[in-house]
Ligand binder design. Structure first.
Ligand SMILES: NC(=[NH2+])NCCC[C@H](N)C(=O)O
Length: 572
């Protein structure tokens, strides 16, 4: 499939001469209004460079620009409005998508270069909450998008499995817990112990000291403390895995914070050698006043490590192991300062690749106004949320189409899809409030709406094939583009054309919501087309041409849904 913007930019730049192709490319727009061309050049942006008034530039270019793909060109109030030849355009889009199928929208921008993505990263012994879900969902979408664009991705789940909180947990376990209860209650019981610790520590500050001492023991591999820690990790991982299975998300590595325990020593040594550490009452920290940031504590006075220490160590390890082009860290924006601090530390250590470290922050999620905090224990557990979504969708399916095969599986795909899509529906930096009504609505701008539109396309294709399959047959590639020229049809074709570009924008801006919003636009354009034009008409040529549009939409919706981590059931 052709890249029309590029094609025109290259022609224009040779006509204009003062501007490079890429500069012209960045000036070209897709006008929102139908009567303003398919692609348009605002000539006032070239006026200074060319030393001519915009309308003069537009008039001159209008005379010179031509080519098979261009139907006509207009010069209107300083804009050069280019209309593409819609028959060629239609044939190019349809044939392109039918050929590329699953690969439609992909590019080889990365050429195999590596992107490390640190996402999900829940904390052991604490429930996986909706904040971690957002990290999981955004991280996974970035993983799919970068992979689709030719990068090799390494997905790392940087589990929060190290730190003083494990000392607290063991103190609490030894005082108020027992083996059976932990085996039965799993994370719920671990959380109860953790909360109990904090309640008791308010009146008995001695507990905090005991907890610190116990964590030091874990760091040293103590024969009693260390196996307890391992056990807690094991229990937590099993529960997390249930959620990953529901979501259909996987990782290349589960190397959590503890993985760096035996690697931090040499990094601390390096920091000493580089004279970056200052002593502060027996602890060691890095001053960052020159950069308007508070100091970063690297070694506690009992010798134990901190979140910063582990992140610096992990980054050095990842760079030397994977030689990444970029390392992304997907977390809540509340952690922004943490990342700014340690990115600066890497820079001060003299590593030029510090510029390749990128924090990808996102906004908070609240649940119908309820906030989510671990200390108090009033967290909404993600597994409950997902199971509830699945049950609700199941009820809807029972009511509307109780004969559906694999009801359970489809309910999972839609219920989970609704929750995932909700997290990706707006710019990631925005806070979101999860509302059941909005997320599960089949009519709104939701995951279920897109999945439903996809299933509707599948159903038309099946009907066309006598109920058998959603594939078009071989000779179907001969389509008369003159038959797919109605306004709504061109509307769909244009949306299909935008797919490749939107994926690239989503990658550049690290913003999967660009793909989710695109899918809403495409689904809406398709539903307008579907509403206004019958597909399974008598005339075989017209029927085939319209079916090809349905097939192209089906392929594109499926590819797009996959990129944001949603499945696309064929029947609903
Ligand atoms: N390399 C990192 N710091 N990744 C993010 C870790 C997130 C942390 N475990 C949390 O739940 O807040």
């Amino acid at each position: 499939m052709k890249n029309y913007k590029k094609l025109i930019a290259s022609q224009l730049s040779s006509l204009i001469q003062v501007s490079e192709e890429n500069d012209v490319l960045s000036l070209l727009e897709y006008p929102l209004n139908q009567g303003m061309g398919d692609i348009s050049l605002p000539c006032f942006k070239l006026s200074k460079k060319m030393g001519k008034p915009p309308q003069v530039i537009a008039n001159e270019l209008k005379e010179k620009l031509n080519g098979d793909d261009i139907e006509r060109v207009e010069a209107v109030s300083g804009y050069l409005n280019i209309y593409l030849d819609k028959k060629r355009f239609a044939a190019d889009i349809v044939n392109g998508i039918l050929q590329e199928q699953d690969r439609f929208g992909s590019q080889n921008i990365g050429q195999g270069r590596t992107i490390v993505i640190d996402y999900s990263s829940p904390n052991i012994a604490k429930p996986f909450h909706v904040g971690h879900l957002r990290s999981t969902v955004i991280g996974n979408a970035l993983y799919q998008i970068f992979s689709f664009l030719g990068y090799k991705c390494i997905g790392i789940n940087h589990l929060g499995d190290w730190g003083t909180q494990f000392g607290k947990l063991i103190v609490a376990y030894q005082r108020w817990g027992n083996k059976e209860d932990v085996e039965k209650g799993a994370i719920d019981e671990l959380l109860r112990l953790y909360v109990k610790f904090h309640d008791e520590a308010e009146t008995n500050p001695d507990l905090e000291d005991q907890a610190r001492a116990l964590f030091v023991k874990i760091e040293k591999g103590d024969a009693e403390a260390f196996p307890l820690w391992e056990w807690f990790v094991d229990i937590s991982l099993k529960e997390f895995q249930k959620i990953y299975d529901l979501l259909g998300v996987s990782f290349d590595s589960f190397a959590g914070e503890s993985f760096y325990n035996n690697k931090m020593g040499s990094v601390v040594e390096e920091l000493h050698k580089k004279k970056m550490l200052v002593e502060d009452e027996g602890a060691w920290l890095i001053r960052l006043d020159d950069y308007n940031m508070p100091p970063a504590l690297m070694v506690k006075k009992d010798g134990s490590s901190l979140y910063h220490t582990r992140d610096v160590t992990a980054a050095i390890y990842r760079q030397s192991t994977f030689h990444f082009e970029k390392a992304l860290y997907v977390t809540d924006y509340a952690q922004s300062l943490h990342f700014q601090q340690w990115f600066k530390i890497i820079e001060l250590m003299g590593y030029e690749w510090s510029k390749d470290l990128v924090h990808v922050p996102f906004g908070r999620v609240s649940l119908d106004g309820m906030s989510l905090s671990t200390r108090k224990g009033n967290v909404v557990k993600l597994e409950d949320l997902l199971q509830q979504a699945i049950r609700k969708i199941h009820t809807i399916i029972e009511a509307k189409n109780s004969n559906l095969e694999n009801k359970e599986e489809v309910a999972r795909q839609i219920g989970v899809g609704a929750v995932i899509f909700n997290d990706l529906s707006g710019n990631r930096i925005k806070d979101i409030v999860f509302s059941w009504e909005e997320a599960l609505n089949f009519e709104g701008e939701t995951g279920p709406y897109i999945q439903y539109t996809h299933a509707r396309a599948c159903s038309v294709l099946r009907k066309a094939n006598g109920g058998a399959s959603i594939q078009l047959i071989e000779q179907d590639l001969q389509i008369d583009p003159a038959l797919i020229q109605e306004k709504e049809t061109i509307g769909v074709l244009k949306e299909l054309y935008f797919f490749t570009e939107r994926i690239e924008q989503a990658m550049v801006k690290l913003e999967p919501s660009i793909v989710s919003r695109y899918l809403i636009d495409l689904a809406q354009a398709f539903n307008r087309f579907y509403h206004d034009h019958s597909i399974l008409v008598e005339d075989p040529a017209l029927r085939l041409a319209r079916l090809s549009i349905v097939k192209c939409v089906q392929i594109t919706l499926r590819n797009g849904l996959r990129l944001i981590g949603l499945e696309s059931p064929e029947k609903l």
